[in-house]
Design a binder for this molecule. Structure first.
Ligand code: MG
Length: 187
């Protein structure tokens, strides 16, 4: 059967979860980063909202392409299938490379400017799974997480931003003037 190049959201979500699992990352690992980032700003958020948001982002086509390509570059690097000069740049996770951060910015940018600034925070502070991926990739010569740490950080940033948007929307709907505006609109 001819290989397909187009997948539906459910298929993309499942393949993304499988690829993350093969690379040692779970949906919960990413949701914890989103929760930790957003809990600083609002006490109304739940772990479930973070998990739902991570799954939503993992079902998007742009996320699918960025995650699958980034994880595959890391895997090929580990198996020494990338040629020099790129192999050593990727293997050493060269700080000035920047293309892995470009993937992260593009992904987090699906959730606007706040998505990007939330990614910047995670990229600099490397909380939880992001820090573990970064240090394992640097310490173990057999492991490469050059792209994955940024992709995982960006999914967490996008999920955290999505949760903030839900919290803000709910707050706006509770605004006493809301019904008044609606009433006036109906007049
Ligand atoms: Mg990186």
């Amino acid at each position: 059967m001819k290989a397909r190049n187009l997948f539906n959201r459910d298929e993309m979500l499942k393949m993304n979860i499988q690829t993350l699992k093969e690379r040692g990352v779970s949906v919960e690992d990413i949701a914890e980063v989103a929760y930790q980032q957003q809990a600083k700003w609002s006490k109304d958020i739940s772990m479930k909202a973070c998990i739902d948001s991570v799954e939503k982002i993992l079902s998007l086509r742009d996320t699918f392409h960025l995650l699958q390509l980034g994880a595959e570059i890391d895997r090929l690097t580990e198996e020494n299938l990338i040629r020099e000069p790129l192999r050593e740049i990727l293997n050493s996770d060269l700080g000035m490379f920047g293309i892995d951060e470009l993937f992260g910015l593009e992904l987090a940018g699906l959730y606007g400017t706040i998505g990007k600034t939330n990614f910047g925070d995670i990229d600099v502070n490397k909380p939880l799974i992001v820090g573990r991926l970064n240090s394992d990739g640097k310490a173990e010569k057999t492991m490469c997480h050059t792209f994955l740490d940024d992709i995982v950080g960006a999914i967490a940033a996008a999920a955290s931003t999505r949760v903030a948007q839900i919290v803000n929307e709910n707050e706006a709907l509770r605004e006493p003037g809301y019904r008044h505006i609606q009433f006036k609109f109906d007049e």
